[in-house]
Design a protein around this ligand. Structure first.
Ligand code: AMP
Ligand code: ZN
Length: 463
């Protein structure tokens, strides 16, 4: 299986460090608000990574963190903690806000058919591990303390700019005036922030440096190492994480362990909505509830996400979402062929191999979907081939396993009564009793069953 690796800037073969598993860490949500559909794009794409690893016969051991403390409004350690800000907005404590949005997020994974990670780890439940890691960095001379916290000295890590190909001189020259003037370099980042003197935070802990809370980046290193060891196979996240969050994760992890932090880095590109960035102020931060309010299934949203490659900057529009809903309906009309008493073309292993090959090649979901269109069109056109429907069921199972699009559960057989109606209609047609045949067609239509007459007999599908 090949995956484009941000570290090497090329598609690399996945060769896990351990023979029996592939370790994966994906940066999870900051639980201070409802995720918008752009966020869900990223989580669905990471779910595809996990599913395709399984199809490839690798066994993922997957950690996703929940950021429930320490992510400041600006990724550059400035401004307020998003959780404390959310708490003020809602008149609750930061703990209550975190609990509410964590539950909502985990339910969202189920609603979107995203596999639950093997470990969902909260930053607030790993404070000790984070403090220990900061202590290691301090002992190795990578930290310094200033007015508002303990910072990582990026000048001590010579490879700091390598991963994101940063131009540090330019960053120094362009440093915003408001950045903490006690910081030695603009790229230095907080490992531990002190609680303010004038106010008690909802979330704060004692540490060797004083009361406070961890910086955002340290949680991912600490939890990744705890559950998956010093070096992991695959680390994933949104593309916006490359220059700051992931760069900092690498710097602090590799400084602490002296080992490579991750072998492969996968980044999901951003989603644009009707030509704009997604943002609250533009009123386009749509949620899953907005999609359902448009009478569109979340399976159709999932299909829409898969219609673009994870590395392309994709566009969301209500029209394209509706088109995905229609595509799903068309696919179901083929999925129900497995119930019909017609011989049909089997889907040869060769076909499913080709489908899987697209996914194994850097998760090329658009080509995999196009392959389904092509194969299903062939099936519809060749209903008489003298082979069994087993091949179709196997293909549908592979589609479910690898894409999370369930064309099996969503397409049950029709009832015996409906089957009787269809054969009654066949008899009426044979007797050229068109009136009765039309009556039955209408009766079936009222039950959501459409019938069409082919050279090979009556074929039904749900409307
Ligand atoms: P956050 O909760 O803000 O940390 O974001 C959660 C995830 O969503 C991160 O991996 C971001 O990279 C990703 N993300 C944020 N905005 C977008 C967007 N417009 N399109 C795709 N992913 C996004
Ligand atoms: Zn992270």
């Amino acid at each position: 299986m090949k995956l484009y690796n941000t570290l090497t800037r090329q598609a690399d073969d996945i060769v896990p460090l351990h023979p029996d598993k592939v370790t994966v860490y994906t940066c999870g949500p900051t639980v201070y608000d409802y995720p918008h559909i752009g966020n869900w794009f990223t989580y669905i794409r990471e779910d595809i990574l996990i599913r395709v690893l399984k199809v490839a016969g690798l066994h993922p051991d997957w950690v996703m963190n929940i950021t429930d403390v320490g992510h400041l409004v600006s990724d550059a350690d400035e401004g307020e903690d998003k959780l404390e800000k959310g708490a003020r907005r809602e008149g609750k404590t930061a703990w209550e806000v975190a609990a509410h949005y964590t539950d909502y997020f985990l339910e969202g994974l189920d609603r979107l058919s995203i596999i639950r990670p093997d470990h969902v780890t909260k930053a607030t439940e790993h404070i000790e591990e984070q403090i220990a890691l900061i202590k290691t960095l301090e002992d190795k001379g990578f930290t310094y303390v200033i007015n508002d916290g303990v910072y990582y000295d990026t000048s001590k890590f010579p490879a700091y700019a390598v991963f994101a190909r940063l131009d540090l001189d330019e960053q120094q020259a362009g440093a915003r005036v408001e950045y903490n003037t006690e910081k030695r370099q603009p790229t230095d980042f907080a490992l531990w922030k002190f609680s303010p003197d004038d106010r008690q935070r909802d979330m704060e802990w004692d540490s060797p440096w004083g009361k406070g809370f961890p910086g955002w980046h340290i949680e991912c290193s600490a939890m990744s190492m705890k559950y998956l060891g010093p070096t992991i196979d695959i680390h994933a996240g949104g593309i916006d994480h490359v220059p700051v969050h992931h760069t900092n994760e690498i710097a602090q992890s590799e400084a602490a362990t002296g080992q490579r932090f991750a072998q492969y880095w996968m980044h999901s590109n951003h989603i644009m909505i009707e030509g704009d960035k997604i943002s609250k102020s533009l009123g386009n931060g749509y949620t899953l509830e907005d999609i359902e309010a448009h009478d569109i299934e979340l399976q159709a949203f999932r299909l829409h996400v898969l219609e673009s490659h994870y590395r392309s900057q994709s566009k969301f529009s209500w029209d394209s979402l509706q088109a995905a809903q229609n595509r799903l309906r068309n696919w179901r009309a083929t999925a129900v062929l497995r119930w019909q008493p017609k011989d049909m073309s089997s889907v040869s292993t060769q076909l499913t191999d080709e489908f899987a090959r697209h996914l194994l090649n850097d998760l090329n979901t658009p080509l995999a979907l196009a392959k389904i269109d092509e194969d299903f069109a062939k099936l519809q056109a060749s209903l008489t081939d003298n082979t069994a429907a087993d091949g179709l069921t196997g293909y549908l199972q592979l589609i479910k396993d690898s894409l999370g699009i369930d064309l099996l559960g969503s397409t049950p057989d029709i009832t015996d009564d409906q089957k009787r109606l269809i054969s009654e209609r066949d008899t009426a047609r044979a007797d050229r009793d068109w009136r009765h045949s039309d009556e039955i067609r209408e009766a079936l239509a009222e039950q959501g069953i459409a019938v069409r007459d082919t050279a090979y007999g009556t074929i039904w599908a749900r409307q």
